[in-house]
Design a protein around this ligand. Structure first.
Ligand code: SAM
Length: 370
């Protein structure tokens, strides 16, 4: 075995260190006094959630609950509805229930039904055991960052909806969307052929064949930025879960790291790619349709700035007017499980915290008015 510190090939500046340097420089400004604690959490072991597979015949829910897990989607914060509040955040949840920022009544947020995700309690870092196949060979749960379930819940898929998952591989969010069992037709796309193959394997390990037939589901490997040219004004719901700097991965794994010197160009082009993907997703949605944009980075350049530019360009270039859907009801419901960034003016973001080490996940929901 080569001793790592003497290996001549070992790079002086591994991508993980470059990522940390970059995040220290940008996030200390963006997040201010929050950054040191978010940094510690990002560098520590992440927490997973177990997305329950409703297609499995095994009764895994009771087993997981017996181990001390709970489904965060049904463990919502009811205190936010009571007037006895103490902190600023709590009072903002209460007042928001009655009215929006402009004093108008907020429409209730419709969350996608039947998506269940189990987590261990706050500060409990027990790991899940690997899921076992049931008598039909289907696995009982899928392990993923529990915060990744939030964009799927926020999408608000309803009965019979025509849904597009534009950057879908390796399929965690697709699987969450399929749990709703109410989608009319689902288009699953990812430009990477190898990752699309992985997605197909995931779907076959979790979903019975009859739900994967051509009349229910289409899997493609197109460049998503061109989707608007192919299928415009079509989908009731579009999920645009874009490639990003994947902050956690970039800090912990040197392999396949976007901060590698030879990927600098690719990294710099990310905001432009994200913008093109979001615009394509907006075009693909039908008037009245809704789009959720999501990333797993804290970067303002890849989050709010992309959404702001997309809203502007959709109007200027395509004549599409968009409304931002307020996701604060969702953050109020799930604040027992996740830490959300305070005061974002556009969208919501789960920030990693040592006692609830999920995320980062940024999400913003848009509704097409025209
Ligand atoms: N939604 C996935 C999930 O929940 O497992 C994760 C998606 S990952 C954050 C982003 C994906 O975008 C990658 O799988 C990547 O292959 C894909 N991608 C990159 N460029 C793309 C493009 N131009 N069109 C479509 N997909 C693209």
């Amino acid at each position: 075995r080569v001793k790592e510190k003497w290996a001549a090939t070992r790079t002086k500046h591994p991508p993980t260190s470059l990522a940390l340097q970059h995040f220290d420089a940008t996030y200390s400004i963006q997040l201010g006094k929050l950054w040191p604690s978010v940094r510690v959490a990002l560098l520590s072991e992440r927490k997973y959630g177990a997305l329950l597979n409703n297609f499995s015949h095994e009764a895994v829910l009771a087993g997981l609950e017996a181990q001390g897990c709970r489904d965060f989607t049904s463990d919502t914060d009811t205190e936010a509805q009571t007037p006895e509040v103490s902190t600023e955040e709590e009072s903002s949840c209460v007042s928001m229930k009655k009215s929006g920022a402009d004093g108008q009544q907020l429409p209730p947020l419709q969350l996608s039904p039947h998506i269940k995700c189990l987590v261990f309690p706050r500060a409990d870092i027990t790991r899940f055991k690997p899921a076992r196949p049931d008598m039909c060979g289907l696995l009982g749960y899928y392990l993923m960052d529990a915060a990744s379930v939030l964009p799927c819940l926020a999408l608000g898929v309803q009965e019979g909806h025509n849904v597009l998952d534009l950057c879908a591989a390796s399929g965690g969010k697709t699987l969450a969307l399929l749990q709703t069992q109410c989608i009319g037709f689902l288009c699953v796309n990812d430009s990477s052929v190898s990752r699309t193959l992985r997605l197909k394997k995931v779907l076959h390990s979790y979903v019975p064949k009859q739900f994967l037939k051509d009349e229910k589901l289409r899997i493609t490997s197109f460049d998503g930025t061109k989707w608007g040219e192919i299928e415009r004004d079509t989908f009731d719901r579009v999920l645009v879960d874009v490639p990003c700097t994947t902050d956690r991965h970039s800090l912990l794994e040197d392999d396949n790291n976007i901060f590698s010197k030879n990927r600098t160009g690719e990294r710099r082009k990310l905001p432009q790619l994200q913008l093109e993907l979001l615009l394509a997703g907006i075009e693909a949605a039908c008037p009245g349709g809704e789009i959720v944009y999501s990333t797993c980075t804290l970067s303002q350049t890849q989050n709010l700035s992309v959404v702001e530019q997309a809203i502007y360009l959709a109007r200027e270039k395509h004549g599409i007017n968009l409304q931002v859907v307020d996701l604060r009801p969702l953050t109020c419901m799930f604040r027992k499980t996740f830490h959300f960034a305070p005061d974002l003016h556009l969208g919501e973001m789960v920030i990693p915290h040592l006692a609830a080490n999920f995320g980062p996940i940024y999400m913003c929901k848009l509704r097409r008015l025209t």
